[in-house]
Design a protein around this ligand. Structure first.
Ligand code: ZN
Length: 278
């Protein structure tokens, strides 16, 4: 599994990054990575290694989904992104200067849902982005993007790591969906009690968080009419609340906390309580 924060630090280390990226691979992971990239790009903290710092103005307003220099575009129809949405939320507003700092960041989740004809609208902006604009596209199927569009993007491929993990984590993959799919029905005390059952994953925290991501990825896939990565979950996925992209962000935040040596149990408690709240 790649370490997304390290990858992004490498990209953004010398400020000579490109103006348009494509995160290609599992859409939940791509969206989480693009969200993390946006938080790093907009963070007003001093040190790159500490971004996102979690305490500056930008970090605070982003966690409230309220940053004036971040636009996140998600499909407005079930499996398409309309030309109007691309125009209104992206290409027609790139000339507006950042409200704070140097940059405006645009994330397009499921960029492969933009039909070819409409990708040409985006192409013009990708060819000559204003200097303050950074565009982060996410796509599960990058082949659906026009070669002319792809050629304008720095492509970051997210490896498919989950498939090989299913065997080693079979117990986890049996029990975790029942917990994540029912979080909204549990009270805080019950959640903390459930968290205790997963303490043994302390030394395999990455595996645990990946399994959480796969669950939310499958909920997103189901909502969008796509096949599940883990078909055995179908009944539970059907019964789960609608996918909320914040889930993936919270999981990546938990991963970051563990890297800074936070205790697994505490991270787990906080993560599950946050996931209940979305
Ligand atoms: Zn910050």
């Amino acid at each position: 599994m790649i370490d997304p924060k390290m990858l992004l630090e490498k990209i953004f280390a010398n400020e000579r990054f490109s103006h348009a990226y494509l995160f290609s691979g599992n859409i939940t992971e791509c969206a989480a990575l693009a969200g993390l990239a946006a938080r790093m790009l907009l963070c007003e903290g001093e040190e790159i290694a500490n971004k996102p710092c979690g305490i500056c103005y930008s970090c605070n307003v982003i966690s409230n989904d309220n940053h004036p220099d971040l636009t996140v575009i998600r499909p407005d129809k079930k499996t398409t992104i309309s030309m109007e949405l691309i125009r209104d939320e992206l290409t027609n507003i790139t000339h507006i200067l950042p409200y704070r700092g140097q940059r405006k960041v645009f994330i397009v989740e499921n960029a492969d849902f933009i039909i070819s004809k409409n990708q040409n609208v985006l192409l013009k902006t990708l060819e000559e982005p204003p200097p303050h604009v950074i565009i982060l596209l996410c796509a599960e199927n990058e082949d659906l993007l026009l070669p002319t569009v792809r050629s304008r993007l720095s492509i970051i491929k997210i490896p498919q790591a989950q498939a090989a993990m299913y065997d080693g984590a079979s117990e986890l993959y049996k029990t975790l969906p029942a917990l994540l799919g029912n979080l909204h029905r549990l009270n805080h005390g019950e959640i903390l009690l459930e968290a205790g059952k997963y303490e043994d994953y302390k030394d395999e925290a990455g595996l645990f968080l990946d399994a959480c991501l796969v669950w939310y990825r499958d909920v997103a896939a189901y909502n969008a009419g796509h096949a599940l990565a883990h078909e055995a979950w179908l009944a539970m996925v059907k019964d789960a609340p609608q996918f909320n992209p914040r889930a993936a962000e919270y999981i990546e935040e938990a991963r970051a906390s563990l890297r800074y040596n936070a205790g697994f149990r505490l991270v787990l408690d906080v993560l599950l309580l946050k996931l209940k709240g979305i």
